[in-house]
Write a protein that binds this ligand. Sequence first.
Ligand code: UTP
Length: 420
Amino acid sequence: MEEQLKKAKEILSKYKQEHLLQFYDELLEDEQRKLLNQILSIHFDEILQLYEKSKLDVLDSTEEVEPLPFVDKSKLSEKDLSFYSDIGKRSIQAGEIAVVTLAGGQGSRLGFKGPKGTFELDTLPKISLFEIICNYLKEASKYYGITIPWYIMTSSSNHQATIDFFKQHHFFHYPEQSISFFVQEDLPIINTEGKLILEEIYKIKMASNGNGNLFHSLQKHHLLDDMKHKNIKWTFIGGVDNVLLNPVDPIFIGLTISSKNPVASKSLFKKNPDSRDWVFAKKYGRPAIVDCENFVSELSKIQDDTGTYLYRETNMLAHMFSVDALCKLAASSLPYHRAFRKSAFVNYEGMKQVPEKPNIYKFEQFVFDAFSEFDMLTLLSVNPSEEFAPIKDFNGPYNPEVAKKLYEKNVLHCEIVDET
Ligand code: UTP
C-alpha cells in the first residue's frame, strides 16, 4: 500500500488535487485502500481537460441551423397509420425489436432515495416506474406472442439496488432471462474551483456520465453481440420516468423502418415559443437537437407556407436506433455537456455540507448527440397529453401528481375499457 500511496500523492500533486488525501491518516486500513484504488483509477487528465474546455463553450448561431422535416402524427390518415402499424407489427412479431431503458440517472431533482425507477406512483395499488415499463412489455409480449428483450442501463450508484428491487418483485413476472442489467460509466464531479470533491472522507464523489454513455456501455458489456445473436434489428431507447412512454409502438416502429433511416425520434411541439427547450434542427446539414438560447424567439416564429412551425419540435427521449447504428456509435465519441448542480460534499473540516445553491459541475454525454453521426433522422411529432408524463421533481410541471393523473386517464382507463 506504501507504493500505492506514493503513486497517488504524485498524481494528486501533478493535478493540484492534494486535498483528496486530507483525511487519509484518520481512515481505517480498508478505507485507505479503497480511496487509493479510486485515485489510481481516475483519469485526472480527461476530467480536468473537460472542465477547462467547458469554460470555453460557445453557443450555436442561427447561420448553422436549418429545419429538420418531421411527420405530424395527428395529420396522418387512417390509411397511413395502418400502413405503418402493419410494418411495425410484422417486425415486432419477427422478434426484431428490443427495448432499452435508460435508468442510470441520479434523479437529483426528484431527490428520491433509491433508483428513480423504483419510485412509485400513488395509484391504487401503487406502481413503480419500472413496473409501468414492464407492463407495456408484458402487454406487447402477450399481444404478439413473443418476449421482447429488455436492456436496462443502471449506474454504479444504483445498480445493485435496481437488481434487488427486481428480485424482490420477482422481475414483475417478466421472463428473467430476457432482462439484462448493465452499468454505465461515471466521472468525478468538480467544484467551481476545479477541484474534485469528497462524498465521504474516504470516497471521491462520482456521477454517471450521461445517458449518451449508452453506446459504449452496451458494447463494453457485450450486449451489441447479444442483440445480433438474437437477430434484433431495432432498439427502442427511452427514459425511465415517462409513465406514458409505450416502448413498443408499432406506428413509430413501422414509420422508422419504412423511412430507411437508421435513427428515429419522437418529438413534442413546443407550446411556449420563449421556452428554452432545445429543438430538433439540422446543424451543419446533419440532424441534431440545438440549444437556441440566444435566438430562441426568432427561431420559434419561423413557419413554412402551410403554417407549420419549423423549429418548435422538442426532445421527449423516445428514440429508435438500428442495431447497426448502435455498433457505429459504440466506436465514436460523443461530446460532453456541463451541468451546474447542487451536490453535498465533505468540506475542509471533514464535515458534510449541503449547499443551498449549485456548487458543482458534472459532465454528461447525451444520446441525442448521436444524431449528428447520421445523414438523416426520422422525426414523429406526437401528442404530449397521450405520450408525455415524465416525473422530474415535486414542484415543477412534471411532478408525480400530474403524472399519476395522466397515467390513470390514458393507461388505467384504457385497460378498464379494454376489459369490458
Ligand atoms: P435526466 O436528465 O432527466 O436525469 O435523465 P435524471 O437522473 O432523471 O434526473 P436529474 O437530472 O438528476 O434530476 C433522463 C433519462 O436519462 C437517464 C435517466 O435515468 C432518465 O431516464 N440517465 C441520465 C441515464 O441513464 N444516465 C445518466 O447518466 C443520466
